[in-house]
Design a protein around this ligand. Structure first.
Ligand code: FES
Length: 561
């Protein structure tokens, strides 16, 4: 590295006199205790997402300390910088609205401050995709470090965890099967430690895919928050990024289409979150690589379910970690992956996992390809007259008897409308109905996780556990049910979802990969002529978002990034 361009002299503040810029920079750094000894060291920025609002990250300070120690041990100089932190549960209306904002902010800070490499410390759902989008666009040597999953809790003798069990308890309560006292006991135990949701929800899925992409040191996706394994991984990441910064290994030089196809195959093998489909497309786009819904579908055709974690299985992320985590899964999937794909350290996936020995009981949670836990095609891409540009269904979390279903539509105009009316018995809903939620796509509402509409209370009390639900929204990676998501184009962009009326027949056929609105073309044309687009929000970020966000089938990134 050239000392004129790196370390504290990288990205000089513009005063029209570079000598003065260097002098004043040294003067201010002196006030913080830095001296000549520090000036030639590579600076490692550490993006810190600690926030009281992001309860999942409450142990982030010790992760940051561990990373800093690794950086110092390797001769680098750690500089922590705070960024937006997206706490999934406390944010309104949805963290997805702010993913692109966080990606922009983080990218610009990486570009603006002097840093020769960056550690992106995240975890909760949208933080990791935002950080990867940022790091790849800024194209500095980078590694991701996550906070890690929570440990499981206990409710009256039942092992529980966030948030598949949150949904199960709530659905049971709505159906009258769970009493208020048990619900309250669950409230105290579902999130028993710091860390991210400990099922294969969006946070865990993105952590696994980050490791599959090679943007995280091996074994880092699943070490529990607060564990020694988590801290040792953080220290190792701090050491590694210093040598990556010295060698100037850039993410855009190592990522390839093979990296993303590997990630899609891993996604299928873990039956991961549908949210990851949108995020992977956005991340790939930042690397100048196109992946499509057809790629997602193709990746699932011969990849069975290999990981026994909720919501598709029975176990939790701590079990996945005990079974060896991602290195064991990558070995189990080796024949289906391109292990020559390069990773952030400049090596290949095969280098990373070569020496890894699985623990003795790994098959409790990770299956071999020869004896999988479930069938192929965990996540499927649908197309049809209701979603000409595509939609996504998590088949592994759906009910077998609904995978081919035709039923009459009941339309809800927004998540608020659904919340207001879904339990109204006057709607006359039956288990055959298809619940349609619209105006919940990227433009319409920032794409909240509203797609898994609750089963109407009166049907739940009759024992109805699942119905076909179709929307332009997302759903939580911890959710389950026969839920068709991400319909593109969305209703607010004039997609066919906007034209559905109560009673129209909707046909889902997961085997044929189709989702259709069975209304004739002339009638649809008449409806289209009456349709008017919603008005964009008047000001601020919401306006920027509505005017520039792209559709879900391309990653819902901004068109100018
Ligand atoms: Fe943070 Fe689930 S709410 S990961």
């Amino acid at each position: 590295m050239s000392s004129e361009l790196t370390g504290i002299y990288r990205n000089l503040t513009s005063y029209g006199d570079p000598g003065f810029s260097r002098f004043i920079r040294r003067a201010f750094l002196a006030s913080a205790g830095y001296d000549q000894e520090d000036y030639d060291r590579p600076i490692i920025g550490i993006a810190d997402t600690t926030s009281d609002y992001t309860t999942c990250h409450r142990q982030m300070p010790e992760v940051i300390d561990a990373v800093k120690r690794g950086v110092l041990e390797a001769g680098g100089l750690p500089f922590v910088f705070s960024t937006i932190s997206l706490g999934e549960i406390l944010i309104s209306p949805t963290s997805m609205l702010y993913r692109n904002l966080m990606a922009m902010e983080t990218e610009e800070m990486i570009r603006a401050y002097p840093m020769d490499g960056v550690i992106l410390a995240g975890g909760c759902d949208k933080t990791v995709p935002a950080q990867l989008m940022a790091g790849i666009s800024a194209n500095r040597p980078m590694l991701s470090v996550v906070i890690g999953p929570m440990m499981t809790g206990d409710v009256r003798g039942q092992r529980v965890g966030a948030c598949t069990d949150c949904r199960r308890f709530w659905a049971g309560y709505r159906a009258g099967e769970i009493d208020p006292e048990t619900l309250q006991a669950a409230e105290q135990s579902l999130c028993s430690t710091g860390g991210t949701c400990m099922v294969m929800g969006s946070a865990s899925t993105m952590a696994c895919l980050t490791e599959a992409l090679g943007l995280m040191l091996p074994g880092g996706a699943a070490c529990p928050s607060g564990s020694g394994d988590r801290l040792r991984h953080s220290v190792a990441s701090g050491r590694a990024i210093v040598s990556m910064a010295r060698s100037e290994i850039l993410p855009r030089d190592v990522l390839s289409r093979a990296s993303f196809m590997n990630a899609l195959r891993v996604l299928q093998s873990i039956s991961g979150s549908t949210n990851a489909v949108v995020h992977l497309m956005a991340i790939a786009r930042r690397a100048g690589i196109e992946i499509t819904l057809a790629d997602l579908d193709a990746a699932g055709r011969d990849i069975p379910l290999l990981v026994n974690c909720k919501p598709a299985g029975a176990n939790y992320l701590e079990d996945f970690h005990k079974a060896g985590g991602m290195p064991v899964l990558l070995k189990a999937l080796a024949e289906k992956l391109d292990l020559n794909a390069r990773v952030a350290t400049g090596e290949t996936l095969v280098d990373l996992i070569a020496g890894f020995k699985p623990p003795g009981d790994w098959q409790q949670t990770i299956a071999s390809s020869a004896k999988p836990y479930g069938g192929t095609g965990s996540l499927v891409a649908l197309k049809g007259s209701l979603a000409p540009d595509g939609a996504v269904l998590k088949r592994a979390a759906a009910s077998a008897h609904l995978l081919k279903h035709t039923g009459p539509a009941m339309v809800f105009e927004s998540p608020e409308d659904a919340a207001h009316r879904i339990d109204d018995e006057a709607l006359g809903l039956t288990a055959e109905h298809v619940l349609i939620l619209r105006n919940a796509g990227p433009v319409g509402a920032g794409m909240p996780e509203a797609g898994s509409l609750p089963i109407p209370r009166y049907l739940a009390r009759q024992g109805v556990k699942d119905m076909v639900r179709v929307s332009d929204a997302r759903m939580s990676g911890t959710a389950y049910g026969t839920v068709v998501l991400h319909c593109a184009p969305e209703a607010a962009a004039g997609g066919p979802l906007a034209l559905v009326r109560n009673g129209d027949l909707i046909a889902l056929d997961a085997e044929q990969r189709s989702i259709d609105l069975l209304v004739d073309a002339a009638e649809l044309q008449e409806r289209r002529e009456q349709w008017r687009p919603p008005e964009a929000p008047e000001r601020g970020y919401a306006r920027l978002y509505a005017q520039h966000v792209m559709q879900a089938d391309t990653g819902a990134d901004f068109d100018f990034l």
